[in-house]
Design a protein around this ligand. Sequence first.
Ligand code: NAD
Length: 241
Amino acid sequence: MKQLKDKVVVVTGGAQGLGKAMCERFAYEGAEVVYSLDLQKGNLTADNVRHQELDVTNIAEIDSFIQSVKEAYGRIDVLVNNAGVTRDALTQKMDDNKWESVMDINLKGVFHMTKAIAPIMMENGSGSIINISSIVGLYGNIGQANYAATKAGVIGMSYTWAKEFTRKGAAVRTNVIAPGFIETDMMKTVPEKVLQPLRDQTPLKRLGLPEEVANAALFLASDESSYVNGHVLSVDGGLRL
Ligand code: NAD
C-alpha cells in the first residue's frame, strides 16, 4: 500500500538536495501531486511532481500559489518547510545582510508558508507539517550564529503549532526533522578538513544521504505517525551523542 496515496503535498526548496529526495519519495508513495516550490526548477522527473517558481520570502507569491491549489484540489495534506540557506561568518564578522537573509528565508519563510497553509489543513480537519531544522539548531556551530538561531526558532514555532493547530479537534500535526550533516550541495562549501572530523565523530562513521532524511519525512508525512505531534526527530547517525 502506497503511504501517501491521493495526498496533496507541498515541499519548499524541492529542486535539489533533501527537498528533491523528499519530492521523489513522496511521488513514489502515491501522492496525487507534490508541489516543489523553489527559486530554480531542478530536474524532477516524476509525473506527479510539479515545479512552481516561488520565493518563500514573498508573501504575494505564497498567497497566489495557495489560492491556485485551493481552486484545483480544495486541500493540502502535507507541508514540508525545507528551503534553507547558510551565510556563515564568525559573530564579530557577521554583517546585517548575512543575518537578515538567513532570518528571512529560514525563519520568516517557514512562518509565512505555515500561516498560509495551516488554516486550510484545520478546515479540512487534518494535515502534517514537517519543518526541517538542523543539529546546529540544537547544539550550535562555530560560524553559524544566524543559521543556529533560525533552526532553533523553527523548533520553538513547531512546538507552538503542535498545540495551536490541534485546537478545536483538528488533527493537524507539526513535527521537526533535525538532520546532522547530509551529502548535498549545501555541504559542498564545507572544506574536507572539517568534513573528515565530522565523519570520525559520528557513531555511524559517515555523512547522511538525502534519501535517509526523506525516509524520516515520509514517516512523519504519513498516517504511520498519526499520534506523533510536536516531536524533533534527529537524523544524524548519532552525531549529537
Ligand atoms: P540545498 O542548498 O541543496 O537546497 C536548498 C534548496 O532551497 C535549493 O534548491 C534552493 O534553490 C532552495 N531555496 C533557497 N532559498 C529559497 C527561497 N527563498 N525560496 C524557495 N526556495 C529556496 O540544501 P539542502 O542541503 O538540501 O538543505 C535543505 C534543508 O535542510 C535546509 O533547510 C537546510 O538548512 C537543512 N539541513 C541541511 C543539512 C545538510 O547537511 N545538508 C543539515 C541540516 C539541515
